[in-house]
Design a protein around this ligand. Structure first.
Ligand SMILES: Nc1ncnc2c1ncn2[C@@H]1O[C@H](COP(=O)(O)OP(=O)(O)OP(=O)(O)O)[C@@H](O)[C@H]1O
Ligand SMILES: [Mg+2]
Length: 216
């Protein structure tokens, strides 16, 4: 589904990503681990086409990234950032945003279901998000990201700030999407999490794949 071929990313002669080759199949679940500053978020930004490799090539379903428009790519590959990036309006307006950019009807039923699944079922769509806590905002960001089913979901420490109960609910939701064929690439510092559901664990050190473990 996704393939990186000898991908490098250099800034000022520094190798932030150094010759990474990787194939990710449909529905595959991969945990990305590695020390701080090793290049994990940079790898995700490359896969999300927010930055381009200085060497190498990335292919989605056999097609090189240059031949795919950024809008199309970002609908197929969804990137959940480390920090929440909601607009300071209502929950409903935030959850309706993915439909808006696609010119589609807002699926209120799915939004309600997701809100409940991330543990915020007691709020209604008119609640303003600027009054919510950091963890609540992050959970709304996750719900917004899951309004549409992408081909691949990139998660950057998505649940690191959440309590155990909420993290587990969200993990369940996300791994159910994997069963429906969504590929998952998840940066996590939690060993417990990385061994729980993933099929594979990749360790990045100094911009290279240092170790690849089969967990299945
Ligand atoms: N555009 C850039 N210019 C200069 N340095 C950069 C740039 N992008 C990333 N870096 C550097 O590359 C290294 C890897 O950054 P990255 O954010 O990918 O690390 P990470 O593995 O996600 O770390 P963490 O676990 O702390 O989030 C860091 O040292 C960072 O400062
Ligand atoms: Mg990072």
């Amino acid at each position: 589904m996704l393939e990186l071929k000898n991908v490098s990313y250099h800034v000022d002669k520094r190798d932030i990503i150094n010759n990474i080759s990787l194939k990710i199949e449909q529905g595959e679940t991969i945990a990305i681990v590695g020390p701080s500053g090793s290049g994990k978020s940079t790898l995700m930004r490359l896969i999300n086409n927010l930055i381009s490799p200085t060497e190498g090539e990335i292919y989605l379903n056999g097609k090189p990234y240059e031949q795919i428009s950024p809008e199309t790519l970002r609908m197929k590959i969804s990137y959940l950032l480390q920090e929440s990036d909601l607009f300071d309006r209502t929950i409903g307006e935030n959850l309706a945003f993915p439909a808006e950019v696609r010119n589609e009807k807002f699926d209120r039923k799915r939004a309600k279901y997701l809100l409940k699944t991330v543990g915020l079922g007691h709020y209604n769509f008119n609640t303003r998000v600027d009054h919510l806590s950091g963890g609540e905002r992050q959970r709304i960001t996750i719900a917004r990201q899951l309004m549409y089913k992408p081909q691949m979901l990139l998660l950057d420490e998505a649940t690191s700030a959440l309590d155990k109960q909420n993290s587990e609910k969200i993990e369940k939701l996300i791994f159910n999407m994997a069963k429906e064929g969504v590929s998952i690439l998840w940066i996590t510092h939690s060993n417990e999490q990385s061994s729980r559901h993933f099929k594979k664990r990749i360790k990045i050190v100094e911009g290279r794949i240092e170790q690849e473990d089969d967990l299945s």
